[in-house]
Design a protein around this ligand. Structure first.
Ligand code: UDP
Ligand code: GLC
Length: 384
């Protein structure tokens, strides 16, 4: 099966990390076309996945853009659409992994007569998108896509609620290789010492710094926890949210808790870092479409407390495989952290159950099989 994958980003967000796992089985015959250069290209190259940066022009339209802004950027998209349509003739199908990839992919699909698959990684709600962008995504998907793969039931439901055609959709969760998430026990102590946090109760937060990811909620909660509770923030502002990053540093300074917080920036050693934590907190204040970090924590054997909204409720069973709290509730978050600190046995039981469940439900082999089964019928009889 020859697939032309499209993704707008040069940076490795969750949708891009998911795409690496999806594209890998097809690396002998696929191409990943990017609309921007960056570290994501390098990650694909490290995995021997063919990749090409298809444009160096930055695409101005943003998630919250209006119709006029969208239309005025169409002119600059035309050369890219023509290029993708031309390339698509050498492939069996076009697989759009992001919203701008859907716009380009839909028109290229029409021109090249290749089927289009849209992998929907977003909840198409007004929390995240302007009405215009949502309408464009739904209309293009409804009219051009042969299949919409939603990363959770929550993303699927929001698509249908926004006018998307339900029969087009299938829910496929992100897949993970459980073996990859096993850290060496000895590394845990070393890393905790390197962080200068040995002997502390470490709560980890693993997300790009962005207002809707809610890092400020964990900082707020920390002031209501015992003194030996500390937090590490792993991730950086990937998509221009520098002001928020700045405001977090300010919040920490105003609260006078600098000694209890570490900002580690973007890191590639997620498994080691998660394994060094006593608890992972997920604090998104808008519904999380899926939440890779939640599953990763479960696989690392680190208990997780997560915001009860969006796809996360499909990942965690409250008090069985983690804890769920209402989004934005820092007082309840502080309670869960404090209880976890006081009850190591309960924490271990939940962490073990979470690891077992996640290893089965989100196993990469099963997920990739689901995708093959969904794609196969789309390319038969073979396109010409
Ligand atoms: N991540 C990473 N390094 C960092 C912070 C995050 O590799 O410093 C990874 C994290 O392990 C996860 C992904 O980025 O796989 C984020 O995906 P998620 O679905 O949690 O959120 P998104 O940012 O895509 O909304
Ligand atoms: C998006 C979503 C995130 C999801 C990821 C992978 O980046 O924001 O919730 O986990 O895609 O599907």
């Amino acid at each position: 099966m020859k697939i032309l994958f499209l993704d707008q980003s040069g940076k490795p967000g969750g949708a891009e990390l998911c795409l690496i796992d999806i594209a890998k089985p097809y690396r002998d015959s696929c191409l990943v076309g990017l609309f921007a250069d960056g570290p994501f290209r390098e990650l694909l190259e490290q995995q021997d996945i063919p990749v090409e940066v298809l444009t160096t022009e930055s695409i101005q339209v943003r998630k919250e853009s209006s119709l006029m802004q969208g239309l005025s950027s169409m002119g600059s998209l035309l050369p890219l659409i023509a290029k993708v349509a031309q390339k698509a003739r050498d492939y069996d199908l076009i697989y759009a992994n992001t919203q701008k990839a859907l716009v380009v992919g839909a028109l290229a699909s029409f021109l090249s007569r290749r089927p289009l698959v849209y992998h929907l990684h977003d909840i198409l709600s007004l929390d995240h998108f302007s009405r215009t962008n949502r309408a464009i995504a739904v209309t293009l998907a409804n009219t051009q896509a042969s299949l919409v793969i939603a990363n959770s039931q929550a993303s699927q439901a929001a698509f249908v609620e926004a006018g998307g055609r339900s029969p087009l959709t299938a829910v496929v969760y992100n897949g993970f290789n459980p073996d990859f998430y096993r850290a060496d026990e000895s590394q845990r102590k070393t890393l905790r010492q390197q962080l200068g946090l040995d002997g502390q109760f470490i709560v980890g937060h693993f997300s790009r710094l962005s207002p809707w990811k809610g890092q400020h909620i964990l900082i707020e909660a920390l002031t209501q926890c015992p003194e030996d509770v500390t937090a590490i923030f792993v991730g950086e502002a990937l998509f221009g949210e520098q002001d928020y990053a700045q405001s977090l540093h300010q919040q920490v300074a105003e609260l006078g808790i600098e000694k209890r917080i570490r900002f580690l920036g973007f890191r590639s050693d997620i498994v080691q870092l998660m394994s060094a934590c006593d608890l992972v907190a997920h604090t998104s204040v808008a519904p999380e479409p899926f939440g890779r970090v939640v599953v990763e924590a479960m696989l690392c054997g680190c208990p997780v407390v997560a915001a009860k909204a969006g796809g996360v409720v499909e990942l965690v069973e409250h008090e069985q495989t983690g804890w769920l709290i209402p989004p934005g509730d820092s007082a309840l978050l502080a309670d869960v952290i404090t209880n976890c600190r006081q009850q190591p046995e309960a924490r271990t039981i939940v962490a073990h159950q979470a690891r077992d469940t996640a290893s089965q439900r989100f196993h990469l082999n099963t997920i990739n099989q689901q995708i093959v089964q969904l794609l196969k019928p789309l390319i038969l009889p073979k396109a010409n």
